[in-house]
Design a protein around this ligand. Structure first.
Ligand SMILES: [Zn+2]
Ligand SMILES: [Zn+2]
Ligand SMILES: [Zn+2]
Length: 151
């Protein structure tokens, strides 16, 4: 991600443009994959010098609240993050092997809100959906006998 693009996103979110926020976004934007906070920290430390891991967590959480960064859930109890500039409502298909993330534009959950309202009178305000699996490239490699990391 270009610095200018990062600045624009921060301005749009009314977040102050700081070197730390820009660097976290640049680091995540370089990847088509999800990273842990510690991995982001290790990558930006050579550029920013002294920055604590708690600060990295704070920035990632701010960006997640602003919905520029998506939290990725895995069974290893580590929190992962993925930067997606797509602001339309959509979901992510994550590869559990190589950590690639693909956008899934279709969302068939609208009917669920109606069903919940009918059944219990409850009101749906939002939903989180993450689709896990193995990407096309990894499935092809898997057939060739290369191991996957089991979740
Ligand atoms: Zn993969
Ligand atoms: Zn996305
Ligand atoms: Zn949806």
């Amino acid at each position: 991600m270009e610095q200018e693009q990062g600045r624009e996103i921060l301005r749009r979110l009314r977040l102050k443009v700081t070197p730390r926020r820009l660097e976290v976004m640049r680091c995540l934007g370089e990847e088509q994959a999800y990273l842990s906070a510690e991995e982001v920290w290790n990558r930006i430390r050579p550029v920013l010098g002294s920055i604590g891991l708690p600060t990295v967590y704070r920035i990632l959480d701010e960006l997640a609240e602003a919905q520029v960064v998506t939290r990725i859930f895995r069974s290893d109890r580590t929190q992962y993050y993925f930067l997606c500039p797509n602001q339309e409502h959509h979901h992510h298909f994550i590869c559990e092997s190589c950590r690639r993330v693909e956008d899934v534009d279709r969302c068939n959950l609208d009917g669920v809100a109606g069903e919940i309202a009918r059944r219990s009178g409850g009101l749906v305000t939002s939903h989180i959906l993450q689709i896990n699996g193995v990407c096309g490239e990894c499935s092809r490699l898997g057939e060739g006998g290369r191991g996957r990391d089991a979740a």
